[in-house]
Design a protein around this ligand. Structure first.
Ligand code: SF4
Length: 88
């Protein structure tokens, strides 16, 4: 990884359809909070979960974890659907 500050990293935003910086993700949620998709969007680029854990108040981080769209949650959801289909 380069020496570029993490906040300056860029990617295509699936919500906006255009390139944005990680800095924008930190303020693009409701009431200028962090975007709930931040883990899903950035986990392949850097260790976003640890970054947030180190840079957010613990209560805010824990709240984000509850509502975050994490890749593991998607896998879990798919497995749940597969199990339900198997039972039918
Ligand atoms: S975290 Fe939110 S604002 Fe940032 S790229 Fe993903 S969807 Fe867009």
């Amino acid at each position: 990884m380069s020496n570029q500050p993490i906040e300056d990293l860029e990617r295509r935003c699936p919500r906006l359809g255009s390139p944005i910086s990680f800095r924008y993700c930190l303020i693009s949620g409701e009431d200028d909070d962090i975007c709930w998709k931040v883990l899903d969007c950035w986990w392949e680029t850097f260790d976003v979960e640890n970054y947030l854990k180190a840079n957010m108040p613990e209560a805010v981080f824990n709240e984000l974890m509850k509502k975050a769209d994490k890749p593991m949650n998607k896998v879990g959801s798919i497995l749940d659907i597969v199990e339900k289909v198997k039972k039918k």
